[in-house]
Design a binder for this molecule. Structure first.
Ligand SMILES: Cc1cc2nc3c(=O)[nH]c(=O)nc-3n(C[C@H](O)[C@H](O)[C@H](O)COP(=O)(O)O)c2cc1C
Length: 199
C-alpha cells in the first residue's frame, strides 16, 4: 500500500474475526518491525505471542468473566493473536557499558537514563508492527495490560522486563465501536511544529 494511505488508514481496531491470519503472517510483521531503529542497536524488545487456548488464559487474568458484561468492546476478545510487548532495560544498561558507549555514563545504571530508550525502541518497533499489520490487511489495537502481575505470572515474564502493553492483531470484522478518545480532534501540524523555538 502506498505509505501515506497506509498511515492515514490505520485506526485502532477493537472488534475482530476469530480466524487466525496464520503464525507466518505474525512472524512477517515482527520481521518488519525488527527493522525499527534502536538505540545502540540493542533491540531490547520482546513479544510474547499468545494464540489458541492460551488466549483464554490471557483474558481470564486480564479481563475476568465477571467484568466482561460491562466491557465496551467484546469483539476485542475474539482477536486471534495478542502480543505482549516487553522491553528489557538491563540490555540497554549493559550495552551502554561497552567501550564505544562508556562515555555516556548510561552503563552505570537504569537511573542514569533521562529518556528510557528501551521504551522508545519498543514503541518504534510496535508502530512498525501496527503499520505492517495494516499493510497485510490486518487490524491492531495497542492496549494497556490491566493486570500486569497476573499476566507476568501466567506467561512467565521475567521480573526485569518492563511490560509496555499488548497488541491485539487479527482480521477486522467491521463491527467496530469507536473508542472513547475517538472524538478528540487530530492536532494540526501547526499545533505541533514550533519553528525556531517554543514561542
Ligand atoms: C500507549 C497507548 C495506549 C493505549 N491504550 C489503549 C487501551 O488500553 N484501550 C483502548 O481501547 N485503546 C488504547 N489506545 C488507543 C488510543 O485510544 C487510540 O490510538 C487513539 O484514540 C487514536 O485513535 P486511532 O489510533 O484509531 O487513530 C492506546 C494507544 C496508545 C498509543
Amino acid at each position: 500500500m502506498q505509505f501515506a494511505r497506509l498511515v492515514r488508514s490505520r485506526r485502532m481496531v477493537r472488534s475482530f474475526r476469530a480466524d487466525h491470519p496464520g503464525r507466518g503472517a505474525i512472524e512477517a510483521i515482527v520481521e518488519l518491525s525488527s527493522r525499527a531503529p534502536s538505540a545502540g542497536k540493542v533491540q531490547g524488545w520482546h513479544a510474547v505471542a499468545i494464540d489458541g487456548e492460551r488466549l483464554d488464559d490471557f483474558w481470564r487474568v486480564n479481563l475476568p468473566p465477571d467484568r466482561r458484561g460491562s466491557f465496551a468492546w467484546p469483539g476485542l476478545l475474539r482477536a486471534p493473536v495478542v502480543l505482549v510487548i516487553l522491553a528489557d532495560p538491563d540490555e540497554y544498561v549493559r550495552r551502554y557499558g561497552e567501550p564505544d558507549k562508556l562515555a555516556t555514563g548510561l552503563g552505570e545504571g537504569r537511573d542514569r537514563w533521562p529518556v528510557p530508550y528501551w521504551l522508545v525502541d519498543a514503541s518504534f518497533a510496535s508502530m512498525v508492527a501496527m503499520l505492517a499489520a495494516v499493510d497485510a490487511g490486518l487490524g491492531t489495537l495497542f492496549f494497556a495490560v490491566a493486570d500486569e502481575a497476573a499476566v507476568r505470572r501466567e506467561f512467565g515474564v521475567p521480573g526485569g522486563m518492563v511490560m509496555v502493553g499488548a497488541l491485539a492483531i487479527g482480521i477486522p470484522d467491521g463491527e467496530d465501536q469507536k473508542g472513547r478518545s475517538a472524538g478528540r480532534p487530530r492536532r494540526a501540524p501547526t499545533d505541533i511544529l514550533r519553528w525556531g523555538g517554543w514561542t
